[in-house]
Ligand binder design. Sequence first.
Ligand SMILES: [Zn+2]
Length: 447
Amino acid sequence: MICVHTRFFNQLIVAIVLLMTSVGAVSQQSLGPVEVTQSVADQFGLLIADPRVQMSLAAIEANEPETLAEQVRLTEIPAPPFQEQRRAQYYLQQMQRRGMPDAYIDTEGNVIGIRRGSGDGPLFVIAAHLDTVFPMDTDVSLEVRDGRYYAPGISDDGRGLAALLTLIDAINASGMETIGDIMFVGNVGEEGPGDLRGVKAIFRDFPQIDGFVSIDGSGVTRVTNGGTGSRRFAVEFTGPGGHSFSAFGLVSATHALGRAIANIGDLQVPAQPRTTFTVGTVSGGTSVNSIAQDAMFELDMRSNDAAELAKLEAKVREVVQAAVDEENARWNENGSTDKGQITVNFRLIGDRPTGSTSPDHPLVQVAALAFEAVGSPVQGLQTSSTDSNMPMSLGIPAITIGGGGSGGGAHSTEEWFDPTDAHLGPQLAFLLTLALVGVQGVSAPQL
Ligand SMILES: [Zn+2]
């Protein structure tokens, strides 16, 4: 433990010296994929030079066993999509216990605690998601094997939730007065069917938010600054239906569906920006000896670029309508409708907006400095689908980071978490948060 402390402080001092000596010499420095401007680096240097910050970082490390214990308690409360209530209640109690007596649960089910700054500062949100992908009857109890902690949801996002609670403790214990307001959020609805309903509600209710960070999963190497958007539809075909032998010649909902899927299967999409589509599920028909009255498929479309996603959707609508027209023309001669008509309806079942935060934004720069300061430099910028999609799509700077340690098997019942050096996660969140909102008498807000 002492060795690790010493190494850590050495790294800090090296970082401070590097930052301080570069004043006036260069206007930028590269931290992996991120270019950091001098003014951002200077303010960050002032922050990490404060002895209270160093004491807090040491306290976070010393407190890691309790962070891990909290992570396990949270993980063992089931929280499937739309059934996050029990975990949310527990999370609310934990926030209240940690000096946030006004924390509350909003109408969507998000747990929200606001820590006021000294005024006139930015409003910064740091969040972790309450929901998991696992149904209510999944066994979520912990099993420890070979130093690894196995439980569905233990990393995604048990780790983020626990890191966030430790962050609240650390800021309160530091005695530092922030300039900006910090909103701590345990949000619902990040996973598939939730469709980002938690963060959608947050940005609807607080349009004045200046910046957002999601702690999602484990690790301390990645910054997600791009948001893959998705549009999902249930595509529903309806026709007259009838007996397969006596009513032969009627238009068929399943035949129209088949034509539509064949057309979609032939679509071309760009490799860059990455754009994808798939018909995930198919259902319909009444029986083997019926001309189908109803049929439907579920379609998933994604892109890292909003315009490409819109283009793909327009193309899909066009080829599906062409398939319906073909089916209607196949059985009806010369524009007649004697053999019935197939109609199609696109029902939206998922909508995750696309977005990105520029690598040049101070939020990303501060993140790179914080990664460097905890001794785990940023290895890359990523694009994926996270809660940050929502603010990114609104032009509000946002990134997603990991909560420390490492893990694997996400979204499977074999999900695991390795707590080695896991304290780096909450340490990173601590430095990032304070740098972004600013500290009275120490450093200016970077949001
Ligand atoms: Zn997650």
